[in-house]
Design a protein around this ligand. Structure first.
Ligand code: C5P
Length: 228
């Protein structure tokens, strides 16, 4: 099933970098591949795509409006600005949970035998966006190494999402920087769809198909609610 109208799909991709000093940062191994495949699938289905991406060596899909960011705070600003005009947000970015409380202006020299870094929690972008949502469909990811399904279900509920992709990042050949993902989709109504090991391109197409259906369902629900 495809949605009649062209949708505006906002996708976040890749890792953020949280700088400690001008030459060092905290990050994770995400390459952005998953988000880029989602963007590619959305474009192939005829949708408009805005892609907010962390630093990556990958070439963005032709046709996407690309916004490059570095830190979680920059990603938050970019997503909050683009969100009101979109129909669907897919947060596939591996946002750094913490950032250094202070960023040194100059390179830190190894003058001390030990160094303590104080970290501060980053804002949860998708949760913040959910509070401002006006009927948009929200899709998140849960990258886990254990208790995938239970943990993903908890995140779906805490963050107020319509769908979450539980992603096993602990297995061999799947997860960060891999061609494949070992995934399952969980929905707000309690439904679950195990997908097994799939290419990220296939998973991208699945996510866009589901997004189209979720938009249809949400709009139909809103129309029913307005009927006198
Ligand atoms: O809580 P956790 O980081 O596991 O949640 C993952 C989901 O939340 C992903 O969709 C991720 O993009 C999003 N996220 C976010 N802001 C953060 C951390 C994660 O939007 N600060």
């Amino acid at each position: 099933m495809t949605v009649g109208a062209k949708l505006h799909i906002l996708v976040s991709a890749g890792a953020t970098r949280e700088y400690i000093d001008p030459v060092r940062f905290i990050s994770n191994p995400s390459t952005g591949k998953m988000g880029f495949e989602i963007a590619r699938a959305a474009l192939a289905a005829g949708h408009q795509v805005t892609l907010v991406t962390g630093p990556t060596h990958l070439k963005p899909p032709v046709g996407a409006a690309v916004i490059s960011i570095v830190s979680a705070l920059e990603m938050r600003d970019a997503i909050l600005e683009a969100f009101p005009a979109c129909d669907v947000l897919v947060m596939s970015a591996a946002v750094s949970d913490y950032r250094p409380s202070k960023r040194a202006h100059h390179k830190i020299h190894k003058s001390n035998p030990s160094l303590t870094l104080e970290l501060q929690l980053n804002p949860d972008i998708i949760r913040e966006v959910q509070r401002k949502a006006k009927g948009q469909v929200l899709i998140g990811f849960a990258a886990e190494t254990e208790e995938h399904m239970a943990s993903a279900r908890q995140k779906l509920e805490n963050k107020g999402l319509d769908m979450i992709i539980a992603n096993d990042v602990g297995g061999k050949g799947v997860g960060f920087a891999a061609e494949h993902a070992n995934a399952a989709a969980l929905f707000r109504d309690g439904a679950e769809k195990p997908l097994g090991v799939v290419t990220k391109a296939r998973l991208g197409r699945f996510i866009i198909e589901q997004a189209e259906m979720l938009v249809e369902r949400k709009r139909a629900g809103a129309r029913r609610a307005w009927r006198p």
